[in-house]
Design a protein around this ligand. Structure first.
Ligand SMILES: [Zn+2]
Ligand SMILES: [Zn+2]
Length: 189
């Protein structure tokens, strides 16, 4: 669907659009989102001086890779966003807007499907987990630790390092001497 830029100049009140994107895989910074249903992008355009304010909503479902173990993970894409277009004026914002991938500046048209796709890409999950207590992958052998344990020694070190990190971050922790004093009392000679 193409929206002529010049129509935006006559925009009175709010104008609503709904774009339904076909369930084609999308990739953003190496993370792939494979929709299992069409993705719906609803947005409202409101003229505000030199710009168009946009409030949008993205709704969809699909599969992403778990950030810890990489197994396919169902993900519901449900988010609201705020955006702005700058089709008028001569400022830097307008120059940036007119070279957007979804703007055909020679025909002075906006491709709403391309715009909606860009919004979905910008709001893909960067961190989705297959479950809150996903055990992830072994850093050494690469085994999915949700499926089976492995025998790599490093697995025993990781929790200790986590504890050490907590102690060092806790100001009253190892440095207050309490633990030391108790040990002396407990072992008289
Ligand atoms: Zn996982
Ligand atoms: Zn391992």
């Amino acid at each position: 669907m193409w929206l002529p830029l010049d129509e935006l100049g006559n925009l009175n009140g709010a104008r609503e659009y709904t774009v339904i994107l076909p369930p084609l895989p999308l990739t953003s910074q190496g993370d792939a989102f494979i929709p299992t249903v069409p993705t719906q992008v609803d947005f409202v355009l409101v003229r505000s001086g030199e710009k168009i304010d946009i409030l949008g909503r993205i709704q969809g479902r699909g599969v992403v890779s778990c950030a810890r173990c990489l197994s396919p993970t169902e993900f519901a894409l449900n988010c609201d966003y705020a955006d702005a277009w700058w089709p008028f004026g001569q400022g830097e914002e307008s120059e940036d807007f007119l070279v957007s991938a979804f703007v055909d500046s020679s025909r002075r048209m906006i491709n709403l499907e391309l715009y909606a796709t860009e919004m979905v890409l910008a709001h893909l999950p960067m961190r989705a987990w297959c479950s809150p207590d996903c055990q992830g992958m072994c850093a050494f052998c690469g085994k999915n630790l949700n499926e089976a344990e492995c025998n790599c020694a490093m697995r025993d070190v990781d929790p200790r390092l986590a504890v050490l990190g907590r102690l060092l971050n806790d100001k009253g922790g190892v440095l207050d001497g309490t633990t030391k004093e108790k040990n002396f009392k407990g072992s008289p000679r």
